[in-house]
Write a protein that binds this ligand. Structure first.
Ligand SMILES: *[C@@H]1O[C@H](CO)[C@@H](O)[C@H](O)[C@H]1NC(C)=O
Ligand SMILES: *[C@@H]1O[C@H](CO)[C@@H](O)[C@H](O)[C@H]1NC(C)=O
Ligand SMILES: *[C@@H]1O[C@H](CO)[C@@H](O)[C@H](O)[C@H]1NC(C)=O
Ligand SMILES: *[C@@H]1O[C@H](CO)[C@@H](O)[C@H](O)[C@H]1NC(C)=O
Ligand SMILES: *[C@@H]1O[C@H](CO)[C@@H](O)[C@H](O)[C@H]1NC(C)=O
Ligand SMILES: *[C@@H]1O[C@H](CO)[C@@H](O)[C@H](O)[C@H]1NC(C)=O
Ligand SMILES: *[C@@H]1O[C@H](CO)[C@@H](O)[C@H](O)[C@H]1NC(C)=O
Length: 479
C-alpha cells in the first residue's frame, strides 16, 4: 500500500529529480554491463553467457525487494544518460579511464575489471580490480604504492640484480614514471642500477660495494627501491650503512619476492637496524594452495555479488526510512544521486574487503622499521654515564638498536590494492611518533635555567635552549 502511494506521489508530482532519478522503492535499478569485445577477444561470448546467467541467479536469490534491469554492451563508448544506477565494465586500461570520466560527469558508480599495470581509479569514486597471472604482480604493486601516495617522491633509485627479468624491469620503471590522468600521483623520475647476483657472500659484498659506492646520490636523490632476494637484502643493508647511505633523510624500500607464506617470517631475517634510519619492507606471502581462486570470471562474479549486496542494502534502507516519514518528507530527504552512489561504493568496498577470495592467495605484507628514538627507549637517570671524550674507539658502532621493532603497516592483494594501517615510512610522516627522549643538561643561564626545590629535585626548566627544544619537539614530534 505504502509502495503504491509513494509511486503515485512520485509519478503524479514527479519533480525533475524524481523522473530521471527514481527512488529504489518505486523503480527497479538499472545497470550497464560493458564487456569490451575487442579487449576480451574470443573469450567475449563465454564471459557474456556466464555473466548473464550469474547475474540472473544472483538477483533471484539475493534481491528480496524488486529486481535489477541489466543492459549489456560490447564496447565502452555507450551513452550513459539512461538512468543507470551503476556501470560494470571489463575493458582495457585506456577505455576504463575514458569510461570513468564519463561516469563521473553523470555521477554514476563505476566498478571496473581491467588489465594489469593499470593505475586504479580513485578509490573514493570507483572500484578497480586488475587481473594478473601469479608472479606478475610486482609492477602493479609499485604502481599501487605510488597511486596511494605511500611515498611522496619526485625521484627514486631502483636497485636490482639479474633475478629480475628485463621485461619486468621495464614494467616496474613504467609503473613509476607513467603519466596518470588522476593528478594525485605525480610521476617519479627513476634511475636504475643493476648488479650481478652473486651466491658467494664475499663476492656479493664486493659487488654491492662497487655499485653503491659509485651512486651519485647528489643528483639522483636518496630514495631507494631495492628489488632483491632475502640474502641480498641483508648484504645491501649492511653495505649501505657502511657507506653512510642509510640515514635520517634517506628512505629505503626493500621489495622482496622470494619469500612465501611458509618461509615468510621476514622479521626473523632483519637482525640489524640503526637509530634514525628509514627502512620499509614489502614481501611476498603468496600461498600456492589448491583452494586459491583467480581469473577473470572470479573477479567478475565477485564484483557483481558485491554490487547486488549493496543494492539490496540500499533498497532496504530506503524502505526503512520511507516507512517512518510522510511521502512529502520522503521526497525531500531521500538520497540524491551522489549520496546513493557513495553509499553503494562504501558497501561494495566493505563487502570486497571482507569476502573477496579472488587472487587472495597472492598477498604481500608491508613492514616498517621503528627506528627513531629507539636507542633511547630504556635510558633513565640511572643509566646515564659520563660521556667519554675519546673518539678514537670506533669499534662499537653508535646507534645500533638492540630491540628491533617492526610495525605491520599494511598488506597488498590484487583486488583492493594496498590497505595501510600506518605510514610506509612512519618517521618521515610522524617524526619520532611522540616518543619520550631523555635530555641531559645543566644549570647555565640564560641558556638553560634549572630550578630546584629544597631537596634538590629539578622542578622547572627554562631558558633559550629549552625554547628551541620545545620548538624541535613540536616539529619532530617527540616529548
Ligand atoms: C522489478 O523486478 C521484479 C523482479 O524482476 C519484477 O517482478 C517487477 O515487476 C519489477 N518492477 C518494476 C516496477 O519494473
Ligand atoms: C611470490 O611468491 C609466489 C609463491 O612462492 C611465487 O609463485 C611468485 O612468483 C612470487 N611473486 C613474485 C613477483 O616473484
Ligand atoms: C618471526 O620471527 C621472530 C623472530 O625470529 C619471532 O619473534 C616471531 O614470533 C615470528 N613470527 C611468526 C609469525 O612466526
Ligand atoms: C584472504 O587472505 C587473508 C590472508 O592473506 C586472510 O586473512 C583472509 O581471511 C582471506 N579472505 C578470505 C575471504 O578468504
Ligand atoms: C683513547 O684511546 C686510545 C686507544 O684506545 C688510547 O691510547 C688513549 O690513551 C685514549 N685517550 C684517552 C684520553 O682516554
Ligand atoms: C672500544 O670499545 C669496546 C666496547 O666498548 C671495548 O671493548 C674495546 O676495548 C675498546 N677498544 C679500545 C681500543 O679502547
Ligand atoms: C621536591 O620535588 C620532588 C619531586 O617533585 C618531591 O618529591 C619532593 O617532595 C620535593 N621536596 C620538597 C622539599 O618540596
Amino acid at each position: 500500500m505504502k509502495l503504491w502511494r509513494i509511486c503515485l506521489f512520485a509519478c503524479v508530482f514527479g519533480t525533475g529529480r524524481g523522473e530521471d532519478f527514481p527512488s529504489l522503492i518505486t523503480a527497479n535499478a538499472s545497470i550497464a554491463v560493458v564487456l569490451d569485445h575487442q579487449f576480451l577477444g574470443e573469450r567475449y561470448q563465454a564471459v557474456l553467457d556466464e555473466l548473464k546467467d550469474y547475474i540472473k541467479e544472483l538477483a533471484r536469490v539475493q534481491l528480496k525487494h524488486g529486481g535489477v534491469v541489466v543492459h549489456y554492451y560490447s564496447w565502452t563508448s555507450i551513452s550513459l544518460k539512461k538512468g543507470f544506477l551503476a556501470v560494470f565494465s571489463i575493458a582495457s586500461c585506456v577505455d576504463t579511464w575514458d569510461l570513468f570520466s564519463r561516469t563521473q560527469a553523470e555521477e554514476l558508480l563505476l566498478f571496473a575489471l581491467t588489465e594489469v599495470d593499470c593505475p586504479r581509479l580513485p578509490t573514493r569514486e570507483a572500484i578497480t580490480a586488475t587481473y594478473a597471472e601469479a608472479g606478475e604482480e610486482l609492477p602493479q604493486l609499485l604502481l599501487d604504492l605510488r597511486t596511494s601516495n605511500a611515498f611522496k617522491w619526485k625521484a627514486a633509485v631502483i636497485l636490482h640484480d639479474d633475478t629480475l627479468s628485463r621485461d619486468m624491469v621495464s614494467r616496474v620503471v613504467q609503473s613509476l614514471t607513467s603519466q596518470i590522468d588522476d593528478d594525485s600521483a605525480n610521476p617519479v623520475s627513476v634511475t636504475v642500477f643493476k648488479m650481478k647476483h652473486e651466491i658467494n657472500e664475499y663476492l656479493r659484498r664486493k659487488e654491492m660495494y662497487r655499485v653503491l659506492s659509485k651512486l651519485p646520490v647528489k643528483f639522483i636523490g636518496e630514495n631507494f627501491i631495492a628489488i632483491v632476494t632475502t640474502d641480498v637484502m641483508t648484504t645491501m643493508a649492511d653495505t649501505a650503512r657502511e657507506l653512510l647511505m642509510s640515514h635520517t633523510s634517506a628512505q629505503w624500500l626493500y621489495v622482496i619476492s622470494d619469500t612465501n607464506v611458509h618461509n615468510g617470517n621476514l622479521s626473523g631475517l632483519i637482525n640489524t637496524l640503526h637509530e634514525g634510519e628509514n627502512v620499509a619492507y614489502i614481501y611476498n606471502v603468496t600461498d600456492d594452495h589448491q583452494d586459491c581462486v583467480n581469473g577473470l570470471m572470479c573477479y567478475s562474479r565477485e564484483m557483481m555479488s558485491a554490487f547486488i549486496s549493496a543494492l539490496e542494502a540500499a533498497t532496504q534502507e530506503e524502505l526503512r526510512v520511507a516507512a517512518q516519514v510522510s511521502d512529502e518528507e520522503w521526497e525531500a530527504i531521500r538520497p540524491d544521486k551522489l549520496q546513493r552512489k557513495n553509499a553503494l561504493l562504501k558497501h561494495m568496498q566493505q563487502y570486497i574487503q571482507v569476502n573477496s577470495r579472488c587472487g587472495n592467495c597472492s598477498t604481500w605484507h608491508v613492514l616498517a622499521a621503528e627506528t627513531w628514538g629507539a636507542t633511547y627507549k630504556d635510558i633513565n637517570e640511572a643509566t646515564i654515564v659520563e660521556p667519554s671524550h675519546n673518539h678514537t674507539n670506533n669499534t662499537a658502532s653508535p646507534g645500533v638498536i638492540e630491540q628491533i621493532e617492526l610495525l605491520n603497516v599494511g598488506f597488498w592483494r590484487p583486488i583492493d590494492a594496498v590497505s595501510f594501517s600506518d605510514a610506509l615510512f612512519p618517521h618521515v610522516e610522524h617524526g619520532f611518533r611522540g616518543k619520550e627522549l631523555p635530555i641531559v643538561t645543566y644549570h647555565n643561564p640564560p641558556w638553560t635555567i634549572l630550578k630546584r626545590n629544597e631537596s634538590g629535585a629539578v622542578i622547572s626548566h627554562t631558558g633559550l635552549v629549552f625554547d628551541i627544544i620545545h620548538q624541535l619537539a613540536k616539529s619532530k614530534n617527540f616529548t
